[in-house]
Design a protein. Structure first.
Length: 132
């Protein structure tokens, strides 16, 4: 396990699945930027085999998750613009056992993003960056 504490951070998600834990013990913005390679490889692997899991995700409506510092600057963002996601309607979000499972709401994409310990009510538009 490697731990980085660099303040605001961008994690580029490419041609691999991930299992990532965010540490919000200091106020910072962590952005997960899903790249075009992520979309291509997720489609090749198929939805059942290709998963991105993020633990410690901080939603804008989640006042203070365990171990996190309260503050508007303490949030996690999913940059799904390279995946072709334009609005929340392009995503299917489902709470399952205390985790939020996010999949594409169209047949063009096959991937799953799991936000461990996060539920849909924790999120707002501030937690997403969409394509134009």
């Amino acid at each position: 396990t490697t731990q980085y504490d660099t303040g605001n951070t961008v994690v580029k998600v490419g041609s691999f699945g991930i299992d990532f834990t965010v540490d919000h013990s200091a106020e910072k913005v962590v952005t997960f930027e899903f790249t075009k390679e992520a979309q291509i490889n997720a489609a090749a692997a198929g939805n059942d085999d290709f998963q991105w899991k993020i633990d410690g995700f901080t939603g804008i409506n989640d006042a203070t998750p365990p171990g996190a510092v309260a503050g508007a600057g303490n949030v996690t963002v999913l940059d799904v613009s390279a995946l072709g996601v334009r609005t929340l309607a392009d995503l299917k979000m489902e709470d399952q056992g205390g985790d939020l499972h996010i999949t594409a709401n169209s047949g063009n994409h096959t991937y799953e993003i799991v936000l461990a310990g996060t539920v849909q009510a924790d999120l707002g538009l501030e937690n997403f960056k969409f394509s134009n």
